[in-house]
Design a protein around this ligand. Structure first.
Ligand code: G4P
Length: 529
């Protein structure tokens, strides 16, 4: 195993949350622990300020800044940790979903006051689909939140995942006194504004020890003893295999802004989180230890600044060793290409790198040859699978305002949708172009970029659809009949797959129940077996 030492050092993960739950704050604390930054407030992250939600240029500008923080690499206790950032803004949810295909585990942040929120639910659907191991961090324990057990129950029920508490909180809000670490059997006392490595930790070998009363008072000591007994009785020791298979999620309680409970989680993370895992492809599973390099593109970031027309394709290394100046096969184009300036994201700087290993993310300058899901190998013919396209929820017809620019428009639409900004559909039997997005902002981005980058001026007319579903059916005749009968609602995606555009939930449910042989898919895989 030539590269096993490098591979075993690496852990690649993402922090995800509903906006405002504390993702940016927690990211920053991780970087502080890892020594990658020295001061709080240094992480701009992908956080888009609330006042900018209607100004897409401002959002793109902020996203531009955030390319540098898209991947944050830091070292902690001998491990090399790649933290992949995900946009918090809901209109960029697809970006987040795709980033999740490039990580080996996630940390999910939940606000103890708000509990499970809409974005958390959607993210967890993707996580569950991929069986990604999850660690949950219940944040903002310094605020009057929900009862700890109610919260655990809510998360288990809503996210359909079994939890395993690793710490037990002592109260919340202004009475929050800290947590009891079930693994280390120690009491971690809370003081607001705790600095890194500065927590007051009391080792407690026996919970009946009266030191507990001295530290947190009689009443809370008794409640804690009961809590621990209850939790130990119900959950026992964490079974690591269950965590790694995505069936059980360890849970921590803390307060990111106060840097509290973060170290407990980070220490557990490096102990249990997976090193780079094998990946499925269209032909076989690829193991990270394999000698030959392979990887895939999970994100493309275009630069909106007209002076810098470059795009950056994000490559996740899956096996072998990636080296600068070396020819690799672009499987879709059947072309050998090499990279003169691949860069890494160590310490938030763009550094040109000579090599990278499984788990690493490399930024590649791209002039339009990549699309999401593209695979690079040393010659073997396969595509990495499991990169989803999600059912868009807003649809607009693209009307060309300048017939002289038809070709440019076509090119622009194809390239922009290759980047994953939006999805392109063509009406069946006609040539009406329909763009589907998850957020309204994407349309503005597309309209602007078509004009700026391709000289194509378009009008976007809203269409009365609410969801697109990919259709499959074992009986080709039945699918053909359905498409004929529902012609006004049928389109093709870029790969020629049949798509049904539903006007409303009622229509969709009616069609689903009237056509039991047809399967309505809410996601589609970019690379299919
Ligand atoms: P996000 O990336 O998930 O969107 O959330 P972010 O970390 O930006 O946190 C959202 C808000 O919650 C911030 O306040 C942040 O300071 C606060 N916060 C994070 N962790 C905790 C915590 O443990 N306890 C409490 N009480 N608040 C927390 P803000 O006022 O929106 O922004 P800022 O001006 O403080 O940056």
């Amino acid at each position: 195993m030539k590269y096993s030492a490098e591979i075993n050092k690496r852990k690649t993960f993402a922090i995800i949350s509903h906006p405002d739950a504390g993702k940016t704050t927690l990211t920053e604390k991780f970087l502080l622990f890892g020594g990658a930054i020295q001061t709080a407030g240094a992480v701009k992250s992908n956080k888009i300020k609330k006042h900018a939600t209607s100004d897409f240029m401002e959002i793109e500008r902020q996203r531009g800044i955030s390319v540098a923080t898209s991947v944050m690499t830091f070292e902690y206790e001998g491990h090399l940790i790649n933290l992949l950032d995900t946009p918090g803004h809901k209109d960029f949810a697809e970006d987040t979903f795709r980033t999740l295909t490039a990580v080996d585990s996630v940390v999910l942040v939940i606000d103890s006051v708000n509990g499970v929120e809409p974005q958390t639910r959607r993210l967890m659907e993707v996580i569950a689909m991929r069986k990604t191991p999850v660690i949950v961090f219940i944040n903002k324990m310094d605020r009057d939140g929900k009862n700890r057990f109610d919260l655990l129950e809510e998360i288990e029920n809503e996210l359909k995942i079994q939890l395993h508490p690793m710490t037990v909180p002592i109260n919340s809000g202004k009475d929050f006194k800290g947590v009891y670490d079930l693994h280390k059997k120690s009491l971690v006392l809370f003081t607001a504004g705790t600095k890194a490595n500065d927590e007051a930790v009391v080792e407690i070998n026996d919970l009946n020890d009266t030191i507990l009363e001295t530290k947190i008072g009689k009443n809370d000591a008794n409640i804690l003893r009961e809590d621990v007994e209850l939790i130990d009785g119900v959950y026992g020791e964490l079974n690591n295999t269950d965590y790694l298979s995505g069936n059980i999620a360890p849970v921590f309680f803390g307060s990111a802004v106060n840097n509290f409970g973060v170290k407990e989680m980070l220490d557990t993370f490096i102990r249990i989180a997976p090193t780079p895992r094998p990946r499925s492809t269209t032909t076989r599973d690829v193991l990270p230890e394999e000698e030959k390099f392979s990887g895939f593109i999970f994100k493309i970031h275009a630069n909106l600044d007209p002076k810098h027309r470059d795009r950056i394709a994000f490559l996740r290394v899956c096996s072998g060793r990636f080296a600068r100046h070396t020819y690799y096969n672009h499987v879709r184009l059947q072309k050998d290409i090499r990279f003169t300036n691949p860069y890494s994201f160590l310490a938030r700087q763009k550094d040109v790198i000579e090599e990278a290993y499984p788990g690493d993310v490399v930024g590649l300058f791209d002039t339009g040859s990549f699309k999401i899901g593209d695979t690079l190998t040393e010659g073997e013919n396969f595509y990495f699978t499991g990169i989803p396209s999600f059912s868009p929820e807003i649809f607009k017809e693209v009307v060309n305002k300048d017939p002289m620019k038809t070709k440019q428009l076509e090119k622009g639409l194809n390239q922009l949708t290759d980047e994953g900004v939006a999805q392109l559909f063509t009406q069946f039997g006609g040539n009406k172009k329909i763009i589907g997005c998850v957020g309204e902002l994407q349309f503005e981005v597309i309209q602007y970029r078509l004009l700026q980058e391709y000289g194509a001026s378009v009008q976007m007319n809203s269409l009365p659809f609410y969801k697109a579903c990919w259709l499959t059916c074992k009986d080709a005749k039945k699918l053909e009949d359905f498409t004929k009968y529902k012609l006004a609602n049928i389109a093709e995606d870029k790969d020629g797959n049949v798509v049904y555009l539903a006007q409303s939930e009622w229509f969709l449910n009616t069609e689903i129940s009237n056509n039991p042989d047809i399967i309505f898919h809410f996601t589609s895989e970019i690379n299919k077996v």
